[in-house]
Design a protein around this ligand. Structure first.
Ligand code: THU
Length: 142
């Protein structure tokens, strides 16, 4: 018998909703410098979905990634527990969240599922635990 993963994965319906939200968000990306649009959608523990896109700046370092933008939307609306993150890029292969975004995801979703989708067939299904092993987090400051 293959070993069954004890990961709590989301339903196909929720997956599709998150994918749509992330794809629509990517259309609103402001990326005149990189020309690399990214859309992210967050599923919170209370079942709400928040989305965000990357927003660049002429002072490049001020750019905010789609994932952090979506997370900050959720927090600003009062939802601080992330169950899942969906990242969409209009590319042939999926893109995983950058290191800074992994750290911010960990703050609110240490147990979150992370899904990365694109226009190609490839898909990455992973988790905060996998992407940020031995994370520094709120527990270290407790
Ligand atoms: N970007 C994201 O939005 N999320 C990531 O996880 C990686 C990178 C954005 C930042 C910048 O606008 C563009 O992609 C190229 O780095």
């Amino acid at each position: 018998m293959p070993k069954k993963s004890n990961r709590k994965t989301i339903s196909k319906v929720l997956f599709a909703k998150l994918r749509t939200a992330a794809t629509q968000a990517a259309r609103r990306a402001y990326c005149p410098y990189s020309h690399f649009p990214v859309g992210a959608a967050i599923l919170t523990a209370d079942g709400k979905i928040y989305s965000g896109c990357n927003v660049e700046n002429a002072s490049y370092g001020l750019t905010i990634c789609a994932e952090r933008n979506a997370i900050f939307q959720a927090v600003a609306a009062g939802s601080k527990q992330i169950a899942a993150v969906m990242v969409y890029t209009p590319t042939a292969v999926p893109s995983a969240p950058c290191g800074a975004c992994r750290q911010v995801i960990n703050e609110f979703g240490a147990g979150a599922e992370i899904y990365c989708v694109c226009d190609g067939e490839g898909e990455l299904r992973t988790s905060t635990k996998e992407l940020l092993k031995h994370a520094f987090g709120p527990q270290n400051l407790a």
